[in-house]
Write a protein that binds this ligand. Structure first.
Ligand SMILES: NC(=O)C1=CN([C@@H]2O[C@H](COP(=O)(O)OP(=O)(O)OC[C@H]3O[C@@H](n4cnc5c(N)ncnc54)[C@H](OP(=O)(O)O)[C@@H]3O)[C@@H](O)[C@H]2O)C=CC1
Ligand SMILES: O=C(O)CCC(=O)C(=O)O
Ligand SMILES: [Mg+2]
Length: 417
């Protein structure tokens, strides 16, 4: 029994088999978190678009029973002023297997730690999957935006995001600094009295499970390459470890053969017989390569912070974070979410682009095997964009665009199904 979550009267849970495949009933219950800021704008539009696509694709045979669950500011209003991520929300995400969320606010400097990161860590959603591709007609700063077609596998459970940080001047920061100096011989902390300290855990286990998913994705989707993005020249044991362990996965688990003595290697795709090139790139150079030579990159495997930067940078190449979807996944549980944040200045104004959350829902439908409904959403969005009927973010970059509101864009997508 839940305290504030109301389970719908109709519908069943999605369940997971031992091999992690899903049993999806005809009327699955799917939990959703509305989110803070523009969550109130994009959330309802996404729900309407998905319902319309499912109705159109399956003529009433299939239907989603949405179940609102709570996090962020809305949770504090319901559960108490300090309850940002109620235990029953985590439980529902676990129990119902597939869910979707809007953005959640994280204050800078003080205040609560990220609820987004907490959801990922507490549910061990270790893959942050962010596909980036261009839709015809979307305004882009690139001359050839269609050449950007990548899928980011961002490690979602480790790195600087673990939140092991101590404030400058605090007793714990001082204790840790003294330990580093006295016990570990560190002489490199430039201003020990006024330093804040953060710890960056990166493990072989965390790297291996992420890279395994990335290479398997390349195999299943017939992709030409997997690029390991890291800053291992500077952070030798964390980011450098990530690179070395990633190559180990390619060789030891997928039979990768070294090219010219390595470390690049070639994995034979058992499904197609084609080669998958496994290579690496140092993160700063990678950020210029994706602008200058995007066609050379396909599947990207990277650490948590790099993945955060790279996903917004790549989104900009194909229209911005207003249209960039994503998912947080473990082997069994998947939580879909927009790549963008709460954009507070636009909250409640019905102006932002709901495309990112709609496309995250499209990924969700595909994950459930409801590919016909997913296909309808893609085709309808393409038509809306081709007709230049777009929200402000695209309209300001397009000639002769017809600017529409967030909710109207959703209606146009539905009309085009
Ligand atoms: N997963 C999550 O829940 C995430 C949460 N956040 C949180 O969100 C808050 C705000 O973060 P901030 O860094 O400002 O990043 P945001 O993504 O919220 O917004 C940055 C800018 O991106 C553009 N933008 C974002 N969403 C849309 C959209 N749907 N349609 C069109 N344009 C969009 C706007 O650009 P313009 O001004 O040019 O119109 C906006 O000002 C922070 O608390 C942060 O922690 C951030 C990222 C992810
Ligand atoms: O948790 C946050 O507030 C920001 C997260 C973020 O930027 C992301 O997941 O891309
Ligand atoms: Mg981000």
């Amino acid at each position: 029994m839940y305290q504030h979550i109301k389970a719908p009267a109709e519908g069943q849970k999605i369940t997971v088999n031992a091999d992690f495949s899903l049993n999806v009933p005809e009327q699955p219950i799917i939990p959703y978190i509305e989110g803070d800021g523009i969550g109130i704008d994009v959330g309802p539009v996404m729900l309407k678009v998905v319902d319309a696509a499912v109705a159109k694709a399956y003529g009433g045979r299939r239907k989603i029973s949405w179940m609102e669950i709570f996090a962020g500011e809305k949770a504090t209003r319901l559960y108490g002023h300090d309850v940002w991520l109620p235990e029953e929300t985590l439980q529902a995400v676990r129990d119902y297997v597939v869910s979707i969320k809007g953005p959640l606010t994280t204050p800078v400097s003080g205040g609560i730690r990220s609820l987004n990161v907490a959801l990922r860590q507490q549910l061990d959603l270790y893959v942050c999957l962010r596909p980036v591709r261009w839709f015809a007609g979307v305004p882009s700063p690139l001359k050839e935006p269609h050449k950007t077609d990548m899928v980011i596998f961002r490690e979602n459970s480790e790195d600087i995001y673990a939140g092991i940080e101590f404030e400058a001047g605090s007793a714990n920061a001082q204790k840790l600094i003294r330990f580093l100096q006295d016990e570990l011989g560190s002489t490199k902390i430039r201003f020990p009295d006024t330093s804040a300290i953060g710890i960056k855990p990166v493990s072989r286990e965390g790297t291996t499970r992420l890279v395994r998913k990335a290479i398997q994705y390349a195999i299943d989707n017939d992709k030409p390459s997997v690029t390991i993005v890291h800053k291992g020249n500077i952070m030798k044991f964390t980011e450098g470890g990530f690179r070395d362990w990633a190559y180990d996965v390619a060789q030891q688990e997928f039979g990768g053969e070294l090219i010219d003595g390595g470390p690049w290697c070639r994995v034979k795709n058992p499904k197609t017989g084609r080669d998958i090139l496994v290579k690496d790139s140092i993160a700063d150079a990678f950020l210029q390569q994706i602008l200058l030579r995007p066609a050379e990159y396909s599947v990207i495997a990277t650490l948590n912070l790099n993945g955060d930067y790279v996903s917004d940078a790549l989104a900009a190449q194909v229209g911005g974070i207003g249209i960039a979807p994503g998912a947080n996944m473990s082997d069994s549980v998947a939580m879909f979410e927009a790549t963008h944040g709460t954009a507070p200045k636009y909250a409640g104004k019905d102006v932002v682009n709901p495309g990112s959350l709609i496309l995250s829902a499209e990924m969700m439908l595909r994950h459930m095997g409801w590919t016909e409904a997913a296909g309808l959403i893609i085709a309808a969005m393409e038509k809306a964009i081709a007709a230049k009927c777009v929200t402000y973010d695209f309209a300001r970059l397009m000639e002769d665009a017809r600017q529409v509101s967030c909710s109207r864009f959703g209606e146009v997508v539905i009309e085009n199904m």
